[in-house]
Design a protein around this ligand. Sequence first.
Ligand code: HEM
Length: 453
Amino acid sequence: NTCTGNKANLSYSPVCKGLPLLGSALEFGKNPLKFLQECRKQYGDVFTVLLPGRRMTFIFAPTQELRKIFFNGSPNLISFTAGVEPLTCRIFGISKKGFSMAHRSLLTTLRSELGAKHIPQLAHRLINRYLFTFRTVWGKEDEKEASNLLTETLSDASLRVIFGDEFANASPSLFKDFVDFDEWFELAATPLLPHFLLRPFVKSRRKLLDTISQNWKYTKNAPIHKLTEAYGNDGNVPSLLLSALWATWSNVSPTSFWTLTHILADEKAKVKVLAEVEKSCPLLLSSKTELSLEWIFSNLPFTAYCVSETLRLYASVVDIRKVVENLEFREFIIRKGDYLCISPAVSHRETTLFPQSEDFIPDRFQKQGTHPNAVFDKDLLTFGGGFYKCPGQSFAMVEIVLLIALVFYLYDIQLVDRVPKMKESQSVGIKKPSCSCRIHYLWKRRLAGMEEI
Ligand code: HEM
């Protein structure tokens, strides 16, 4: 479907009308999902959005076609590394040359370290850490803000499992500095916006990089260490590790938040989850069970469908590549130098593929009869695809499914507030909530070693 050239019957993709200099920055910045849905109605499956300093050309097509063109397109035509450069270089400070040279081996290393072979061991370590946090942070009974509570629980567990206990113990300020950094992240990625205007961002990044520089020597026995070995020591390791930390932390917390709150808001879903966890958690908590991906998904299928449904509804609004040579798509030419974009959030709302697309209906995946992880190679675009598919996909699914299952197994839990709306202005990553949401929980059973609660 794609080729280069300038055939006479082809035209350049239509450009969405905008303001001089600013283009569509204001409308896009306010609510990118709504803006793209409206553009699609007006211009069809291909259109270009102008933002200061960049042209973003969006394409829409059936999922398999998008996979072929966007995720598996020839690197001579579209580039992943040039597409993510504004993040890797501007935000994390990784050098352009260093990143593109080392990228392949980094990705292969991480995929192997977080792959199926290591999942059983990683899963047991996650569970132990969750149980520790239930004891020390959650307690027996309380009312707390759900997003903060889940973020704290997950961040601690994944940091310890991926970066190691020694690194985590030496870096107590990491979590707080990361929260500040993440808050400014999207604004800091805006092209042409000078970072000296974003002092809190610059300050939190400095602190994070200092902490990582001082402490990455303690990652020696952890999975992330292989990544630093693959990269070589050119002085940029702290920036690389900051990008890995962001990837590890940023999407998993909001996914758990939406999964938990949607289950709590839907009595039928809650009953199904409770039945499933009552049956499976005693085995899950036994050190004798080999917690393979297959075991986890076949024993907690509905919980995994709930996570998949969250990842459909709250997927990133934009996924990005850069056009290396003029590209032909349908009757249009997409210009060299444009950012080529898809919108998982818009595509996941196609009612032909997902009827009642705005509603939370986990069972829609059951009907497809697939392994919950396999939906991400088929109809869902949330983890990307092809060579650059998220290397943390299986780990992330396991991390979230296990946490949700244990929370429902160990606590009676209720929503205090309504499920919030998602943050409208966010365009990259799993959508965050627009406001806080409290939950009330009460410890419903004791486990060996947890009597002191
Ligand atoms: C719900 C959770 C997650 C989601 C939705 C997610 C999604 C993604 C997406 C969409 C990409 C880029 C693929 C593309 O543009 O085509 C990506 C890349 C990446 N993800 Fe994830 N991810 C998640 C969790 C994780 C976790 C837990 C880790 C690590 C432990 C991780 C590590 C990475 C890394 C290192 C990359 C960059 C790969 C590269 O440079 O090629 N992700 N992720």
